[in-house]
Design a protein around this ligand. Structure first.
Ligand SMILES: CC(=O)N[C@H]1[C@@H](OP(=O)(O)OP(=O)(O)OC[C@H]2O[C@@H](n3ccc(=O)[nH]c3=O)[C@H](O)[C@@H]2O)O[C@H](CO)[C@@H](O)[C@@H]1O
Ligand SMILES: C=C(OP(=O)(O)O)C(=O)O
Length: 434
């Protein structure tokens, strides 16, 4: 099985192209199920999760053109993402099987669109994963509010709405990105008006909303906590460019902050990474918005100066993202003083802690908080993590650790980072896949 080998100690200089957001691309691909027209998605990243979603949609009967075949000559690390053309004109299977859903939790996003368009769907329960139990009760309750009959049988959600879904008020008890996306898609084809209260405001939810509007949906309040959807009888095809990945942007920003150097994150949008920038700036890193420049993006720079510990608490957007928590913890292991990092979204998202500790980090976990006391240096070691962002935090630690770090279970990284080792390698990191 592939591993990533890193020899720490070199600064990063150059340009890293930021790809389209995984967490926007996945719901957008599911949205193709809402219409028999062609949905053209631009800048789709080449990631394992995208291939998993493609497999799921194809078995429902969706035709997908433009996807690069596995084994096809790989484009350069700065090449734009793929353009996929999805056509759900011949959907013949309304069942999302366990074998595909268990690979990727975002598979549950086909539930709303299938039910809304075809009046029936059967989707395997995704189950928990390394970062938490992650139930889908809010998705189900919201669809029930729109008139769907749902029951769980033999591990499958069996959903029916023979006379179609009907708009209603849906009030989420707490913010859920996925549940907001599922109900947004379902409501676009429901009869009448749906008002979603306590809706997720994440940029990926807004991006999905913009695409649905381009497909003919009527939606107001995107990016606020109250979103109103007036349902349509049908939607049509559209073309949509996926927004840049704010977590990939933040991850490479942290890489530069840790390793030092000067890197342009080409295509990154400063407005999407404001909380990450704020933490980095307070820690002593220079982050420059180059939106208007010839090559737009965000420049990250640290030359010589030390880092200061900054406390962090994860929260729904616009708060600090849980998907950046592990990376920021890696940064704080080398900061002067202490940093308290509190995780409020997932109950088990500190799996990187024992591995970072193996590299010499000083971290104590108290419930949902981790107290990180900066150390003078980390030491390379063989490490392994059980989820995507925990894994990448170990790569980041490897960039500054003394000697060699070998990160196992690279398939976690391939879920969310396209050509990670090439992007970092081109900026001077000593990193390779072995
Ligand atoms: C593919 C994708 O976009 N994934 C992101 C999405 O995940 P995802 O959409 O799964 O995350 P949610 O916002 O739904 O989860 C937030 C919290 O709500 C809980 N919950 C959620 C739904 C539900 O029905 N019941 C329930 O209890 C979850 O267990 C979690 O504790 O948002 C998370 C929070 O920003 C990110 O970390 C993930 O990277
Ligand atoms: C947790 C993540 O993804 P998923 O929701 O697909 O597990 C992530 O992108 O960090």
């Amino acid at each position: 099985m592939d591993k990533i080998r890193i020899v720490g100690g070199t600064p990063l200089n150059g340009t890293i192209r930021i790809g389209g957001a995984k967490n926007a691309a996945l719901p957008l691909m599911a949205a193709a199920l809402l219409t028999d027209g062609a949905l053209v998605l631009e800048d789709v990243p080449r990631l394992a999760d995208i291939r998993s979603m493609s497999q799921l949609l194809i078995q429902h009967g969706v035709q997908i053109d433009g996807a690069e075949e596995e084994g096809e000559a790989p484009p350069a690390a700065d090449a734009p993402g793929q353009t996929l053309v999805l056509n759900a004109g011949n959907v013949h299977n309304l069942r999302a099987p366990y074998d595909l859903v268990r690979k990727m939790r975002a598979s549950v996003l086909v539930l709303g669109p299938l039910l809304a368009r075809f009046g029936r769907a059967e989707v395997s329960l995704p189950g928990g994963c390394a970062i938490g139990t992650r139930p889908v009760d809010l998705h189900m309750q919201a669809l029930q509010a729109l008139g769907a009959q749902l029951q769980v049988e033999a591990g499958y959600i069996k959903a029916e709405a023979p006379d179609g879904l009907v708009g209603a008020e849906v009030r989420f008890p707490f913010v859920s990105v996925g549940a907001t996306e599922n109900i947004l898609m379902a409501a676009a084809l429901a009869r009448g008006e749906t008002v979603i209260r306590n809706a997720a405001q994440e940029p990926e939810v807004v991006d999905l909303g913009h695409c649905l509007i381009a497909m003919g949906a009527e939606i107001e309040g995107l990016g606020t906590s109250t979103v109103t959807v007036r349902g349509r009888d049908s939607l049509h095809g559209a073309r949509h460019a996926i927004l840049p990945d704010r977590i990939e942007s933040g991850t490479y920003a942290v890489a530069v902050a840790m390793a030092g150097g000067d890197v342009l994150l080409q295509g990154a949008r400063a407005d999407l990474i404001a909380t990450t920038t704020e933490v980095l700036t307070r820690a002593g890193v220079e982050v420059i918005d180059e939106t208007g420049a010839a090559v737009p993006g965000v420049r990250v720079r640290r030359n010589g100066n030390g880092l200061t510990g900054v406390d962090i608490m994860t929260e729904p957007y616009p708060g600090f993202p849980t998907d950046m928590q592990a990376q920021m913890m890696a940064l704080m292991t080398g900061a002067e003083g202490a940093a308290m990092i509190t995780e409020t979204i997932f109950e088990n998202r500190f799996m990187h802690v024992p591995e970072l500790a193996r590299m010499g980090a000083n971290i104590t976990v108290h419930g949902a908080s981790a107290l990180v006391r900066g150390v003078a240096e980390l030491n390379g070691a063989p490490v392994m993590a059980t989820d995507l962002r925990a894994s990448v935090s170990l790569v980041l630690a490897g960039l500054v650790a003394k000697g060699e770090t070998l990160v196992n279970r690279v398939y976690h990284l391939d879920r969310g980072y396209e050509r990670l080792e090439e992007k970092l390698g081109r900026c001077g990191a000593r990193i390779e896949r072995v």
